[in-house]
Design a protein around this ligand. Structure first.
Ligand code: CO
Length: 138
C-alpha cells in the first residue's frame, strides 16, 4: 500500500545483545539472524504489529553498514522504508521535484526480494529514505 511504513533499519554493534534487548519490548517478535552477503549485512527482523524493525550488522568487506559505524560508533538509525505500488512511477515523480536517487537511479532488489531505491539523505533533512515496491497481497 502506497505510503505504508514497511520498516525502520537500525545499525547495532552486537546483534545478539540487540536481539535480546528487543525481545523484551512488548509486542515484538524477534527472528533469527539472516546473513545477506549481497547486501553486506546480517539482519534480524523484529516484527511489530504494524511494521518491522531491522537490526543490521556489517557482513564482509566494504559493507555500507561499516561506513555508517565509522561515523556512528555506537550504532543508530540507518534508514526508514516506505512502501510504494509502482517504484518507477514514484521515482520519476520525485525526480521531477528535484529529489536525488542514490546510485545509478535504477531499482535494485532489496533485502525482502522486492525492488528498492534510496533517496539522498540531504534531500530528506538528514534521513536516508528507502522506497520498496510491494505488490498488494504481500
Ligand atoms: Co531497508
Amino acid at each position: 500500500m502506497r505510503g505504508r511504513l514497511n520498516h525502520v533499519a537500525l545499525v547495532v554493534t552486537d546483534l545478539d545483545a540487540a536481539s535480546e534487548t528487543w525481545s523484551k519490548i512488548p509486542g515484538t517478535t524477534v527472528g533469527a539472524p539472516q546473513p545477506l552477503p549481497e547486501h553486506g549485512v546480517t539482519v534480524v527482523f523484529v516484527d511489530l504489529p504494524n511494521a518491522r524493525i531491522e537490526l543490521l550488522v556489517p557482513l564482509g568487506d566494504g559493507s555500507p553498514v561499516s561506513r555508517f559505524l565509522e561515523k556512528h560508533s555506537g550504532g543508530g538509525m540507518h534508514h526508514v522504508c516506505l512502501e510504494v505500488d509502482d517504484l518507477i512511477a514514484e521515482r520519476d515523480a520525485l525526480l521531477a521535484t528535484g529529489a536525488r536517487v542514490l546510485g545509478d537511479g535504477e531499482p535494485r532488489i532489496g533485502a525482502h526480494g522486492n525492488p528498492v531505491l534510496f533517496l539522498h539523505p540531504a534531500d530528506m533533512h538528514g534521513t536516508l529514505l528507502e522506497l520498496e515496491e510491494v505488490r498488494s497481497g504481500e
